[in-house]
Every structure is written in C-alpha cells, then in structure tokens.
Design a protein. Structure first.
Length: 366
C-alpha cells in the first residue's frame, strides 16, 4: 500500500522550507508555494506557473495540497452560509461564514466534536472523536476565500476568523497555534491580530502558554458568575475554577498590552439571567480589561434549556452597564440553518480518548 502523500497545506513556511531543502531545492521555492496555497488558494501544482515543469512533476509525486472535502452548503435567509466538511470515516465538521457590510467573518472548527461537554452546546452534546490537523483547520479558511467573491478593493472574502466552531481550540494546542500563525503571516493570510479570535472554555495551562506563543484576541466562555453554577454548565470549571481562569485571563491581557478579554455569557432562562447574577458577574470583572458578550441561547434537539426572554436580556445588560461593565448582546445569525452559536454539530462518532483534567495541572493537550 502506497504511503499517503504529505499535505503541504498544513506546513508553516519554515516547515515548507525544510521540506524543499530535503528535496535539494532552494528555500525560496517554499515561499512561492506557500503564497500559491494561502494567497491564491491554488491546490494544483500544475497551475503554479512560476515553478519549473520538473519541480511540479516532483511535487505531484511526493505531496499534495488537500482542502477539506465539501459535503454540503446551506444558505440562511440573513446571508449566513454553513459548510459541512468531511473529516473521514463518516465524520464531519462545520464552518460558518457571516457576511457584514464592512467584513466577512468565518467561524471555524478545531476538533471533530468536543470533549468538554458544556451542557448548553450542541457540539458537546454529541461527544468527541479527534483533533483536526493544521491542514484541516486552515483548509476551512482557504476554502472559504476560494469560493466566496472578494470584498471591496479586491480584498479576500474573509477579514475575520473566530475559533468558535466545533471543539475546544486549546485542547488541540499544537495544531491550532500553527494555524493561528499562518493566519497572521504576511506571506499567507496576513490578518491583523485583532481580527483573529480564539474562544476557550478554560484550558488554563494552555491559555498561559498561548500568551507567550501567539498574540490573538481572546474570548472566554464564562456563562456563570460563580463556581457552583459554572460547574454544571461548563464542567472543566471543576478542574480550573473561575478564580484560576480569571487570573490566567488577566495575565494574558497584560502580555497583549492590556487588550480586553471578551467573556461570552449564554443567556439561559431562569438559570443564569437574574439581576442578582448580573451583580455577581459585575463583581468578578469590575476594574479589569473585560468586555461581556451576551449570547441568546440557540436551542437544539435534546436540550432542556430555553432562551432568556428579550426583556430579561435587556435588563441584565442594563444592570451590567449601570455597574460599569462594557457589554453587548450578540445578534443571532444563521439559526434557520442551525448555524448560530452553540448549534454546530456536524457528524461525530463519539470516541473520547482524552479526559481533560483527570489530574489537576495536566490539562495540556497536544
């Protein structure tokens, strides 16, 4: 059985240079191919016109540029697009494109399913199978830029990338950080650090490492103002409680020149939406570089939660503002195609191999 060809899409520029040098080629060839893949979105060596014919033949023999295989594409009435990508052996992941007047945001997945089992999230509800490779992560962005029309001034379709799709990004640390660096690289996607956001439920050791390894915007899935409730909503809190998580957040913000940390807070009727809970939440974040993003709960099959009424969300938001907290409410997009926050499910055969936090301090996952 022939060995599978190396997928160059998942290699950093430095790794690609090593690959070309191992083939007796000059390093500048790596930069050429890197730009073909990540700026021109070309996956066919024969179309890379500044490479010699002999080199193109050799690359076809040794390697490939493989984007994720598309299974389906669904369009929402509000312009949101949801793609279902194959991740092998009956598995699938989802990515969501959210168009706005001045930007195009892509919400991407980092795992097939999720092992963290947050009780209000469709992804966690169906279990975990495996981590995505760097090629599978960055391939979602490459595919979107390839198929969508360019924005004004001939800019790529995707201006913002958020790691808020399926999976916990910090539980797939090595592959995710490689993808982050490609998104920021001038020779690849060239995105501003403020336009790339990683969302985490609180894998604290890897959050601490991220502050040294990669400078991007941070969003934290908080969802509760105290440990008793968060233990039920976000089980990793039993390993890394709120005080430990917040300490890591403030350290991260300081490393990023006191940039704000966004705290995501899903609004669940009669669970976490009272005025007393708003006061408790404000007490956690008052005087810190923090912003709160309230997220109306998006229902999915099998969930017992209900969305907080609009007037209750408004009162909760008003109380936070009254107490000096910066707060916004997320506009629900794509819920008619199950593409809204918390609804991404893909197709996952549960195979939980990693139990995060079996021993405190050993939450670092490759």
């Amino acid at each position: 059985m022939a060995a599978e060809k190396k997928n160059l899409l998942g290699l950093t520029l430095k790794e690609l240079e090593v690959f070309f040098e191992s083939q007796g080629q000059q390093k500048f060839r790596a930069k050429q191919v890197f730009q073909w893949m990540h700026q021109k979105y070309v996956d066919n060596f024969d179309l890379m016109s500044d490479l010699s014919k002999d080199l193109r033949i050799r690359l076809n023999e040794l390697s490939s540029v493989r984007l994720p295989d598309i299974i389906s594409e669904n369009h929402s009435n509000d312009g949101t697009i949801k793609w279902l990508f194959s991740s092998g052996v009956g598995q699938a992941i989802e990515s969501v494109y959210i168009p706005e007047k001045d930007r195009g945001t892509l919400c991407i997945s980092s795992q097939v399913g999720c092992a963290l089992d947050c009780s209000f999230c469709a992804t966690g509800f169906q279990g975990f199978n495996r981590n995505l490779s760097t090629a599978e992560i960055i391939g979602q962005v490459c595919y979107a830029n390839r198929v969508l029309p360019r924005r004004n001034n001939n800019l790529p379709a995707i201006s913002n990338v958020v790691f808020m799709g399926m999976g916990e990004p910090l539980a797939n640390y090595k592959n995710v950080t490689k993808a982050l660096k490609m998104l920021l690289a001038d020779n690849a996607y060239g995105l501003s650090r403020r336009r790339v956001t990683l969302s985490t439920s609180g894998v604290v050791p890897n959050l601490q490492a991220l502050g040294d390894d990669c400078n991007v915007s941070l969003a934290v899935s908080l969802h509760a103002p105290n440990d008793e409730l968060r233990n039920k909503l976000v089980p990793i809190n039993k390993i890394h409680p709120i005080s430990e998580l917040l300490d890591a957040c403030w350290t991260y913000a300081k490393k990023q020149s006191n940039r704000y940390v966004t705290f995501e807070y899903v609004m669940l009727r009669d669970v976490n939406d009272s005025i007393s809970q708003a006061k408790e939440l404000a007490g956690l974040l008052k005087g810190k570089p923090a912003k709160i993003n309230l997220i109306p709960f998006n229902p999915f099959s099998g969930s017992d939660y209900e969305r907080s009424p609009v007037d209750r969300i408004r009162r909760f938001q008003s109380k936070l503002r009254e107490l000096g907290i910066i707060v916004t409410t997320r506009k629900t997009r794509g819920d008619d195609i199950d593409a809204a926050c918390g609804q991404l499910a893909g197709k996952v055969k549960n195979r939980v191999l990693t139990r995060l936090g079996e021993k405190k301090g050993r939450t670092v996952v490759s």
